[in-house]
Design a protein around this ligand. Structure first.
Ligand SMILES: [Zn+2]
Ligand SMILES: [Zn+2]
Length: 247
């Protein structure tokens, strides 16, 4: 398998600060692409980047906040009516992923959710003890402090000798450093600049620890209004919608 190209389909926060799309990262490697999180603007962003959703075989979810998974029902409809797919689609996420996704689908498209999809939808619950090997990628998750009702994960995705780590949405934790060490790319949430919360990361905290992550390249994403307002004071690489990184 050749190495993936990471396409930042959505580099914005839950509020789409600066007109950015919400969380979605495509690990493009046809015919086995992987989507990491699936924000509601995913189809628009794929379409703007002239990328077909069809090669996506696996979708990883970090947690069940709308800006990270509300794009799924639109994808299901796309795969039913626009470019019908027959290949199975795997959705990997924290425990109860199947129930949460189907609940969302029913809330958004009650009639379609009652009908059988033309493709196999397979839900895979992942836990930090369980490593997955899918389409030549080694996928590990780890807990991050963000939600209380169900776990939130960060991910480590390894393929063709390259490893990408994604923080998901996360408050500060020293545990992050264990996972980012030696990564080729660390995609790091950065929602705030002046404000500090237990459930999100802010730029000063990331900058003061930048050397400790031990990653070859760090890209900030999930960029909020404060971060965009302080762009001139940011000395780290920031993502933008449509950005592509060849691993
Ligand atoms: Zn978020
Ligand atoms: Zn969140």
């Amino acid at each position: 398998m050749k190495s993936d190209s990471v396409v930042f389909l959505g580099s914005g926060d839950a509020f789409s600060a600066g007109g950015r799309f919400q969380a979605a990262y495509l690990f493009q490697n046809e015919p086995d692409s992987l989507l990491l999180d699936c924000g509601p603007g995913v189809l628009t962003s794929l379409s703007r980047n002239k990328i077909s959703p069809i090669p996506i075989n696996t979708i990883l979810l970090t947690h069940f906040h709308g800006d990270h998974f509300a794009g799924l029902p639109f994808l299901f409809l796309y795969y039913t009516y626009v470019e019908p797919r027959t290949a199975p689609l795997r959705i990997v996420g924290p425990p109860s992923v199947g129930a949460r996704v189907m609940q969302l689908f029913r809330a958004m498209y009650a009639d379609s959710a009652e009908e059988k999809l033309p493709f196999d939808l397979r839900f895979i619950e992942i836990t930090p003890e369980k490593e997955l090997l899918l389409d030549g990628r080694r996928i590990d998750c780890f807990h991050v402090p963000h939600t209380e009702s169900s776990p939130s994960y960060g991910y480590s995705i390894q393929s063709a000798g390259k490893r990408v780590v994604f923080s998901g949405d996360s408050g500060w934790t020293e545990h992050l450093l264990r996972h980012t060490k030696g990564a080729d790319l660390f995609i790091c949430e950065c929602s705030f600049f002046e404000s500090r919360f237990d459930m999100h990361l802010d730029y000063p905290r990331i900058a003061e620890n930048a050397g400790r992550f031990g990653a070859k390249r760090i890209v900030l994403t999930h960029l909020g209004q404060e971060v965009l307002q302080h762009q001139n004071e940011i000395a780290m690489e920031m993502a933008f919608d449509g950005m592509m990184i060849e691993l």
